[in-house]
Design a binder for this molecule. Sequence first.
Ligand SMILES: Nc1ncnc2c1ncn2[C@@H]1O[C@H](COP(=O)(O)OP(=O)(O)OP(=O)(O)O)[C@@H](O)[C@H]1O
Ligand SMILES: [Mg+2]
Length: 302
Amino acid sequence: MKKSALVLTDVEKGYLNKYTQKKDTVLNKVSLTASLGEVTVLMGQSGCGKSTLFRILIGEEMPDAGHIEILAENVSPPHYRNIEMVKKRFGLLFQNGALFNSMTVGDNIAFPILEHQPQLHAGIVDIMVDTKLRQVELEPENYKYKMPSTLSGGERKRVGLARALALDPQLIFCDEPSAGLDPIVSRTIDKLIKDLVTVLGIAAVVVTHELDSAFSIADRMVLLKRAVPEHEDAWDGTVVYDDGTPEDIKNSCKPYTVEFLGEFSQNSLCLSCRTVQKKNFSVCEKCGKVRHIFPLFLPPVK
Ligand SMILES: Nc1ncnc2c1ncn2[C@@H]1O[C@H](COP(=O)(O)OP(=O)(O)OP(=O)(O)O)[C@@H](O)[C@H]1O
Ligand SMILES: [Mg+2]
């Protein structure tokens, strides 16, 4: 049995709507787990509450209700302040790297180390910084003295990752790690995260929109879904709609999973009656409508 790094049970979060003076539910009883040695990917449409969940997990916003355990520490609402103690045991990789632009790469990585252990000798900190740069496959002598503004997008991500690993965390949270990168660099960053998780035996929770990145990195996938008016959903707020290994998700017969994955799914969805069918069906077995296929090549305009 894999050891859990993160356990969420029935987490709720809403915001007061100043117009109606009622609370709008964003997260509705969200439950999920993330294990050590695995990458857990959180996916969901824009506005479903991924960032809200992320803010709760990193200690920026208190949930309204539910149970949260991070690295075996209870940080549920009455004990949410405990998150301050857990913070040095998890690392954060933000979308743009969130580096301090006025500090060198080396100082950026040394920052969290010195914040938690200000008494450490400069020589030791220097060795720790070099080790972290090597872990993300950057040569310390070439990068340590550079300023963040001179780095490429991929290098910034690597330095952000080195900083996230600075305190040897057991858990890292990554927000859209491959956003804004070209496909080749994006694949190398994904591979780096995956390899680090395997080699170091830590857990990673990755929020991403990009399905090819999600499938290349995930050991487990969690699909969030908020009510979609066209689907005539009755529920209030976002729920965990589907959850499993990448294979489970690809083969899932749940209509929204099939719709969200598109070509990545092993199934297809009838857009008329929303019945899940086998891949590339031609006529829906339920409503008899012909599958709508977008033309790959439009006829030349004369
Ligand atoms: N502080 C806040 N006050 C009021 N509403 C908020 C607040 N933060 C988020 N929301 C609302 O919560 C919902 C979820 O927002 P969130 O930013 O978490 O979505 P997301 O899944 O991260 O979207 P995206 O993929 O576009 O980044 C949105 O409807 C948003 O308007
Ligand atoms: Mg967001």
